[in-house]
Design a protein around this ligand. Structure first.
Ligand code: AIR
Length: 181
């Protein structure tokens, strides 16, 4: 038996290896054909466009939210993952949600912790179905109940579907069912 203590490896910051998830809209290719009239036509033109968006309020949410991305990838469903905060970058969130349908997205998964406004704010700016993932975070109250209630308690007319606390995988399974995939 050796009495050497194990080497301490510094923990990598969540998302340090995923620069593409930080809030920026992907560059839009210039259309070579006449502009498509409807979202359905755009979908036909660009079959590789992501069908599901996976959004989260902070890089610190990435380790949990990556489970949704994994599940969609295993099912062959294209997705894009972005970090944007409803409180820290409200304009980015509004712009993203307003453009989502025209970009060919069909379902939006949005995870956040604490006062989790992201799914609700996204739902306020798009007709697409939104699935909220309540997340635990360092300063959560009651094991994520704060985020759960923030996501579930939407006003009439602006629904957000909600999965269990930290259950990003279920959000992906629900998105797949919505897409009939
Ligand atoms: N959050 C970020 N903007 C608004 C909210 N509600 C959430 C994140 C994360 C938690 O606050 O979704 O779960 C803590 O974020 P951070 O960046 O301090 O680690």
């Amino acid at each position: 038996m050796s009495d050497e203590s194990p080497e301490l490896v510094p923990e990598a910051e969540p998302g340090a290896d995923r620069p593409e998830v930080m809030a920026e809209l992907p560059e839009q290719p210039m259309p070579s054909e006449p502009m498509a009239e409807t979202a359905a036509e755009i979908e036909d033109l660009d079959t590789d466009a992501p069908r599901v968006a996976i959004l989260m309020g902070s890089k610190s949410d990435l380790p949990v939210m990556e489970k949704a991305e994994q599940e969609l990838t295993e099912r062959g469903i294209s997705s894009e993952t972005r970090v944007m905060s409803a409180h820290r970058e409200p304009d980015v969130v509004a712009d993203y949600a307003r453009n989502a349908k025209l970009r060919g997205l069909r379902v939006i998964i949005a995870g956040a912790g604490l006062s989790a406004a992201l799914p609700g704010v996204v739902a306020a700016h798009t007709e697409l179905p939104v699935i909220g993932v309540p997340l635990t975070s360092r300063t959560s109250v009651a094991g994520g109940l704060d985020a759960l209630l923030s996501i579930v308690q939407m006003p009439p007319g602006v629904p957000v579907a909600c999965v269990g606390v930290d259950n990003a995988r279920n959000a992906a399974v629900l998105a797949a069912r919505m897409l009939g995939a």
